[in-house]
Design a protein around this ligand. Sequence first.
Ligand SMILES: NC(=O)c1ccc[n+]([C@@H]2O[C@H](COP(=O)([O-])OP(=O)(O)OC[C@H]3O[C@@H](n4cnc5c(N)ncnc54)[C@H](OP(=O)(O)O)[C@@H]3O)[C@@H](O)[C@H]2O)c1
Length: 189
Amino acid sequence: MTKTILDISVSLDGRITDADGIPQGLHDWAAGDTRGRPAVSIPDTWRPDAFGAVICGRRTYEDSLPSWGADGPSMQHRLPVVVLSRSDVTPPPDGGVYSFAETIDTALATARALAHGKHVTVMGGANAAQAFLRAGLLDELKLHLVPTVLGIGTRLFADADLGHLRLEQLEALQDDQATHLRYRVRDPA
Ligand SMILES: NC(=O)c1ccc[n+]([C@@H]2O[C@H](COP(=O)([O-])OP(=O)(O)OC[C@H]3O[C@@H](n4cnc5c(N)ncnc54)[C@H](OP(=O)(O)O)[C@@H]3O)[C@@H](O)[C@H]2O)c1
């Protein structure tokens, strides 16, 4: 069965950006550890072997577009990216991997169709992640916990009326840049 998985990097105080809306230092782990060894975990958005499509919120898309360009976060792998938005968005570059959806249900249906039987990653931001959590549409959470405290910034689990989210820990990997935690979302009690 294909899964829908939130894959996101968070600070120790549960933030996905700093005060300027930048995920300051939160993705450094993906480049490998400080001794030049490869990262023990690979971001889903880079994994065309297992993951077929990516969903993100409009702000993540617009903030990242200058670095993603036409290819999106998976770079040369060009995984399709479905952007959630109910407003006018910055148009994608020619030949871009992007499509757009106004609801989480249509975003997920589009992403599943584009993923051709592979898993779908929800890469954030917080607003999009919370919408999927609230709707009970996530099978797993992959949190890359980075040993930094940002103090001010976007909180992944802000006061978002998520109810009591019950999780089962499936995996915990560690390198010197981050702890990589994988949880299954349990059915509501
Ligand atoms: N640390 C990390 O790993 C990581 C990962 C991803 C992103 N980020 C950062 O997170 C920041 C953005 O996060 P964010 O929480 O502010 O915004 P976001 O989730 O990226 O985008 C929010 C927007 O998505 C759309 N949206 C969300 N839920 C929706 C729903 N249920 N139906 C329809 N549209 C919906 C809305 O767009 P409209 O307003 O157009 O309707 C909403 O304003 C960025 O700065 C990015 O760099 C960090």
